[in-house]
Write a protein of this length. Structure first.
Length: 990
């Protein structure tokens, strides 16, 4: 029992001990657990702080990432495995023109145009199973406004382990809306970055188009390089342009010679387009005036809708079913010779700027090709013509080098001096010509190479006679010349004969002129006596039969005088000695002068005389007034002669020319006379010819008037035409071509009418002439109070005067003994103190070869006898003047009529007239002998000049005009007025 108790006690003790140990261990473990819990709490707190910190940092990073994604200019989006957009940035919304909400959820394939989807899907499928991602792939997308943009995309998977999963297959399946499970897929998103390359792509396309257009133009140009077949080349050019532009039809039209018609010569048509070339031949531009106007004014016919074009163009285009058109002109040397056109029949086409430039350049290229073809054709024809000429001319043609070696030789003459050159062993001119002649040829070759051309005449003894040759050298290259040799032996002989004949003709012409002059003078003297006495007898006899005889004598005498005058004029014209002097002239003034001359005849025949000067006629023109007067005098005289009733109408008009400073002057003389038969109209212009059937007894005349008119018109660059109807009258029309307009202002015109409406400022005028009378003439013309005259009778004396006193202007005679005018003026020009002084040449006559020297040396040139207007023009040009007001001008005008000097001399003048000239006048007034009247007029004119009497001077001028025209009635009228002139002068004494 005790044993059991002991065992139990020991067991209990062991259990107590074990419990103590367990409690101790529990206490230790509890302590450890507490400490662990404390550490865990601390660690947990640290971890929570770290998570919070990292969460904040992650949020900041996400914000930065969002800002970066939203601020980038590229499209960024995320796509899930079904191809649906799950995220887009703001720029994507802006570019696509849709909100983010509208974009999210759409399948990415919906943004790609349908025609590209299959191609892009296949590319993605191929690339996904070869590479990790897709980089720099260009594709188009559709915006919300249905615009096409091109983008360059980069596709990136969000997990680097994508190659270990089924993502690619899942994504492709998602795009095609297939349901595919992906157990090994580590992620479910794809990032797409797209850069907008639309502008760059357009630029690249534009560059590509430009390069292609350059290729097209190059192809056309190269095509035209071959000149063998221009027609085929042009057809090919039209085809190239048509295929490149894709238009319906391309065509070329060429105009006829005068540009009034045009024809379709080349055409290319696209598939399904009907040809029109056969229907569009010889189309008159008058049917489509707008077409030509647009080409000329705007350089193009262009319309995207032909309904907008003018109606005359639509009528032509609409039957061809054309909807849009562009036409450009083909231009050669600034003129349009045709056009190239482009039709669009399928739709309204808008041509881009680059297309227009291509077509313009192609048009220019084709124009140049046409020009080159024409030139080439002309060259070929010219070459054929030249070859024909060369083959037909008798000249020998040699091509030689510098040493005289013959490169080629051509001759039709088998026995010429160069005939040996046809032998194969002879190839140099040295082998066929004498040493002297061959040396001359070599020298001529050198001269030609230096100068470009050369002529060399030589002679050679050939075929037992001396023959003469003319060699012309033309440079071909730096060491080659072409030589044309002509045998001029026969020509020399003919020239010799012509010289002999010319000398004989000149001698005969000289003898004829001398004969005519002598006969004229010898006939005039007795004829004046015959006419004078006949008229006196006609007035004083009573017997009617005697009066009839005397009338016949007077009429025949007048006709003979007119004949002599006409023959002298005709002789001058035929010999070329009729000089033309162009000066400013007023047409209306000359016509009125003619009217005054014929006034008595017009009144006697009861004829009306109408003058019509069109406003187009310039106030002044450059014309030889004397010859113009003579032409008009003959025409009006004829009209009066052959008109018994009605009128004479003289009209003048002007037609503009291409030169704004010249006109064509049209002069018409129309009458209501007897008229001229059509078959006789040419004869009236022949010398000594009148129309057939005309009564010479009734219609007096020499038949030279119109012949003289024709000769004068040739000298004045004019032509005459005639329209006439028998019984109704005639109309002569004269056209003076390229008549220069005289620039005379209204102010100058008024000054020309009133020459003394100005005075000279104080000045010194040096007059150099070996004849005192000439100096006096010039002083009388100038005659201003403020002028100091210096006089010299030689060049030496003029220089001496200028050394003492410097003039403001010099009037220099040219021909003087001792130092002449040329030498004196040279001295003035070489003196720096004098070379500014104007020197005016003042001479009676000069040779033609002196004119150039005069214009070079002198400032102005006056020919004696000088006129007041010419002298005043020089004074106004070189000296200071003062224009007078209207009242002063009137005073000056009165002084011109009768100056103070003249009034002071009036008693002497009247005494000289009554005691001297009146006796001469009584002798001539009844006899009317022309040479005596001429002598009387000359003496009276000299007397008037010396006494400075303008009234007498004007009377002498009118008398001279009547004498020169051989108008006996007018001479008699002026002679009868002499007593009235004396009475007019006596009025001033009262």
């Amino acid at each position: 029992m005790s044993k059991e108790t002991d065992l139990l006690i020991r067991k209990i003790e062991r259990e107590k001990l074990a419990r103590k140990q367990a409690e101790k261990l529990l206490e230790e473990k509890s302590l450890e657990l507490y400490e662990s819990n404390q550490q865990l709490k601390k660690l947990n707190n640290n971890l929570e702080n770290l998570v919070e910190e990292r969460t904040q940092r992650l949020q900041e990073t996400e914000q930065e990432y969002f800002t970066l994604v939203e601020s980038i200019t590229d499209i960024i989006c995320k796509v899930n495995l079904k191809g649906e957009v799950v995220f887009v940035n703001q720029i994507a919304s802006t570019i696509m023109g849709q909100s983010k909400e509208e974009l999210i959820g759409q399948n990415v394939l919906s943004f790609i145009p349908s025609k590209y989807r299959s191609k892009i899907f296949k590319y993605f499928a191929r690339q996904f199973f070869q590479n990790k991602c897709i980089s720099y792939y260009d594709l188009p997308i559709i915006t919300g406004q249905n615009n096409i943009l091109w983008v360059r995309v980069n596709v990136q998977f969000t997990e680097d382990r994508c190659q270990e999963c089924d993502l690619k297959r899942c994504f492709l399946a998602g795009l095609t809306e297939e349901v595919v499970s992906s157990k090994n897929c580590h992620f479910n998103e794809i990032i797409v970055v797209a850069h907008n390359i639309t502008e760059r792509r357009n630029n690249e396309l534009e560059i590509a188009r430009n390069l292609r257009q350059q290729e097209i133009l190059t192809e056309i140009s190269v095509n035209y390089n071959s000149i063998a077949d221009f027609e085929s080349n042009t057809k090919e050019a039209v085809r190239i342009i048509g295929q490149h532009t894709g238009v319906s039809r391309v065509y070329i039209f060429e105009d006829n010679t005068d540009g009034s018609f045009t024809s379709n010569t080349y055409e290319w048509c696209n598939d399904g387009i009907e040809s029109q070339i056969n229907e569009l031949q010889n189309v008159p531009y008058e049917l489509i005036p707008s077409w030509k106007r647009l080409l000329n004014e705007e350089g193009i016919v262009y319309s995207e809708k032909i309904e907008e074009l003018p109606e005359d163009i639509r009528v032509i285009l609409e039957p061809q079913e054309i909807k849009s058109i562009i036409v450009l002109p083909l231009i050669e040397s600034g003129s349009i010779f045709g056009f190239i056109g482009f039709d669009e029949c399928d739709s309204n086409h808008k041509w881009s700027k680059s297309e227009l430039e291509l077509l313009r350049t192609a048009s220019s290229t084709i124009s140049t090709a046409f020009l080159r073809n024409r030139i080439q054709t002309d060259l070929v024809l010219s070459e054929k013509e030249n070859r024909g000429i060369i083959d037909s001319i008798p000249d020998e043609i040699l091509r030689l080098n510098r040493e005289g070696k013959v490169i080629s030789f051509k001759s039709r003459c088998e026995d010429s001096i160069f005939a040996k050159l046809n032998r194969p062993d002879v190839n140099s001119i040295v082998d066929v010509l004498s040493d002297d002649l061959s040396n001359s040829f070599i020298s001529s070759i050198e001269e030609c190479i230096v100068k470009g051309d050369f002529e060399f005449n030589f002679s050679s003894f050939h075929h037992h006679e001396m023959q003469y040759f003319e060699a012309r050298f033309v440079k071909l290259k730096s060491s080659e010349v072409l030589v044309i040799v002509r045998n001029v032996t026969e020509l020399k002989a003919k020239e010799k004969q012509l010289k002999i004949a010319k000398n004989k003709a000149e001698q005969a012409s000289k003898a004829k002129s001398e004969f005519l002059a002598n006969v004229s003078h010898e006939i005039r003297t007795p004829m004046n006596a015959i006419l004078g006495f006949s008229e006196w007898l006609h007035t004083n006899v009573e017997n009617p039969q005697h009066k009839n005889y005397l009338h016949t004598i007077m009429t025949s005498g007048k006709n003979l005088l007119a004949l002599i005058n006409d023959i002298l004029d005709l002789s001058k014209i035929e010999s070329g000695k009729m000089n033309i002097e162009l000066e400013p002239m007023q047409c209306k003034v000359v016509i009125n002068q003619i009217k005054q001359v014929f006034k008595q005849k017009l009144e006697a025949n009861n004829l009306a005389f109408n003058i019509s000067v069109d406003h187009s006629v310039p106030h002044y023109i450059y014309m030889d007034e004397v010859r113009f007067y003579q032409i008009l005098f003959n025409l009006v005289g004829n009209a009066i002669k052959f008109t018994s009733k009605g009128y004479i109408h003289v009209s003048v008009s002007a037609v503009k020319t291409s030169d704004p400073n010249s006109i064509n002057l049209i002069l018409n003389v129309e009458d209501t006379g007897i008229g001229i038969k059509e078959d006789q109209q040419e004869n009236v212009f022949k010398a000594f010819t009148q129309q057939s059937g005309q009564s010479n007894r009734y219609y007096e005349g020499t038949g030279l008037g119109l012949t003289i008119v024709g000769g004068l018109l040739k000298k004045l660059n004019g032509e005459i035409s005639l329209k006439s109807e028998v019984g109704r009258g005639s109309k002569f029309t004269i056209k003076f071509k390229d008549v220069k307009i005289a620039e005379v202002s209204a102010e100058e015109d008024q000054k020309a009418k009133e020459l003394n409406d100005f005075v000279l400022e104080p000045c010194k005028i040096l007059i150099v002439d070996d004849l005192k009378f000439n100096i006096l003439v010039l002083k009388r013309i100038i005659e201003f109070d403020n002028v100091t005259f210096l006089e010299a009778e030689s060049g030496e004396q003029a220089i001496e005067i200028m050394e003492m006193e410097q003039p403001d202007i010099v009037f220099m005679d040219i021909r003087m003994p001792g130092m002449n005018g040329y030498d004196a003026t040279e001295v003035i020009r070489n003196n720096p103190d004098w070379n500014h002084i104007p020197v005016v040449a003042f001479t009676a006559s000069i040779m033609n070869n002196e004119l150039e020297r005069i214009y070079k040396l002198f400032d102005e040139y006056l020919q004696k006898p000088v006129f007041r207007k010419d002298v005043f023009a020089v004074l106004k040009k070189f000296l200071k003047i003062k224009y007078l007001n209207a009242e002063d001008a009137q005073v000056i005008e009165d002084e011109v009529k009768l100056s103070g000097e003249c009034i002071a001399k009036l008693p002497q003048i009247i005494d000289g007239l009554e005691n001297g000239f009146i006796n001469d006048w009584k002798k001539i007034k009844n006899d009317l002998i022309i040479y005596e009247i001429e002598d009387f007029s000359k003496k009276l004119s000299d007397f008037a000049f010396k006494k400075s009497c303008v009234i007498l001077d004007n009377y002498c001028k009118e008398l001279d005009l009547a004498i020169q025209s051989f108008d006996i009635e007018l001479i008699e009228k002026h002679i009868g007025e002499f007593e009235n002139v004396i009475n007019d002068l006596k009025v001033y004494l009262e």
